[in-house]
Design a protein around this ligand. Structure first.
Ligand SMILES: [Mg+2]
Length: 401
């Protein structure tokens, strides 16, 4: 005989079902509300077009219409920092060795970077951004995210705000910017790249998922060439392919980045626009014209380099506890050594002592050195830096080799 209670729920069972159903509906409501709040955000990503090269063309009429490369000279071992759209047509791009850029386009004009000129423009555009948005997150000299969700300008139209910002930038700097408008940072950044130069591209909340599904993963912000190649090997070509992978599959293949990939495949990015962007590290490096084997010359170069780093630290009002030395040998092998101290470094002489100590810990003499780099990190809270003088105690250091 069958147990009838299995088929005829008791009153208790009904209550249990009602509770479950009620809970499920509440969960759905919260989800819908949450999704609507998230998709109501209005984010603009603004990015100057071919920034350094455009400033050079603006300031020197002779360069207008020409392939311009900002960076190292072709006979040096320098690289391309930026190039004009005319130069890009020859396949030149940033980070390419200048010698290769010259081979691709022998008529290209090579110009040394004028960082102060770029900074001056950056100050102007940042001021313009702040006229339109209370939350502005600069990414570099020529790029920023703006959160205009609460703006009442142009009846709250982020697209019109972006248009107005682009117009003001053109008027005040005679330079052109591209804007991406969407409901999160990930989509806004991709959007600003869609229609360059002088672009304005909008991805609406109803279009986000479809847009990501059709996009090649290599174009995703946060997917570099190595990750893209790995995704291709796994059969992931587009956002749609990425979305088809489970969280577990992504975790197995990409570890910590799995969560990020899982979300962006669904056009989800909850990162807020943060006006105060806390820098985690600051570095300077130099590639020598000829490889250096002499330790005394390397010491001099290291001091020179660390003084440049110190200038930046002072300018940005940063005080660091950790310094890292990077050495690239003539055979391109690279090693890093770091030292931390208990309290932030207050004097350049303290930093010199720390870096020279690190220089003793790398293998010198056997191999000539091609590149030296120094990085400061472990910053004190800005504005809370301890200003009391302090003697460096090298015995105090915790070695992070
Ligand atoms: Mg740019």
């Amino acid at each position: 005989m069958q147990n009838s209670s299995l088929f005829c729920p008791s009153n208790v069972d009904y209550w249990f079902i009602y509770y479950c159903w009620g809970g499920f509906c509440l969960f759905l409501l919260i989800q819908v509300r949450w999704v609507s709040v998230i998709s109501q955000r209005k984010i603009i990503h603004l990015d100057m077009d071919a920034f350094f090269a455009s400033v050079e063309q603006r300031d020197n009429q002779k360069l207008q219409g020409l392939p311009v490369v900002v960076g190292g000279q072709p006979d040096s071992r320098g690289v391309v920092a930026a190039c004009s759209y005319e130069a890009r047509q020859f396949g030149i791009h940033s980070a390419m060795p200048s010698s290769r850029a010259h081979r691709l386009c022998p008529q290209a004009v090579f110009v040394a970077p004028r960082i102060e000129a770029y900074r001056a423009v950056s100050v102007i555009i940042q001021q313009i951004f702040r006229r339109y948005a209370s939350e502005v997150e600069p990414l570099s000299l020529d790029e920023a995210y703006l959160d205009v969700s609460d703006s009442e300008m142009f009846a709250g139209s982020a697209t019109h705000i972006a248009q107005a910002i682009k117009a003001e930038i053109l008027e005040e700097t005679q330079l052109v910017a591209s804007a991406g408008v969407s409901y999160n940072k990930f989509l806004a950044k991709i959007a600003s790249d869609m229609d360059k130069p002088n672009g304005l591209y909008v991805i609406k909340p109803t279009q986000g998922e479809r847009f990501v599904a059709d996009l090649a993963v290599a174009k995703f912000h946060g997917v570099g060439p190595v990750t893209a190649a790995k995704m291709h090997r796994l059969g992931i070509q587009t956002g749609r392919d990425l979305r088809a992978k489970s969280k577990q599959q992504l975790q197995a293949a990409f570890g910590k980045s799995a969560e990020y990939f899982y979300n962006i495949a669904r056009a989800i990015d909850l990162r807020p626009v943060c006006s105060v962007r806390r820098r985690k590290s600051l570095g300077k490096e130099t590639t020598f014209t000829t490889d250096i084997a002499d330790i005394n010359v390397l010491r001099e170069q290291l001091i020179e380099l660390s003084d440049k780093l110190w200038q930046r630290l002072e300018r940005d009002d940063l005080q660091a506890k950790t310094f890292t030395l990077k050495v690239k040998y003539a055979n391109f092998r690279q090693i890093s050594r770091a030292l931390s101290v208990a309290q932030t470094i207050k004097q350049p002489s303290e930093m010199h002592a720390l870096l020279l100590e690190l220089l003793l810990r790398v293998e010198l003499g056997q191999q000539a050195v091609r590149l030296l780099g120094v990085t400061a990190s472990g910053f004190a809270e800005q504005g809370l830096a301890d200003n009391r003088g302090r003697q460096l105690e090298l015995f105090d250091v915790s070695d992070k080799l």
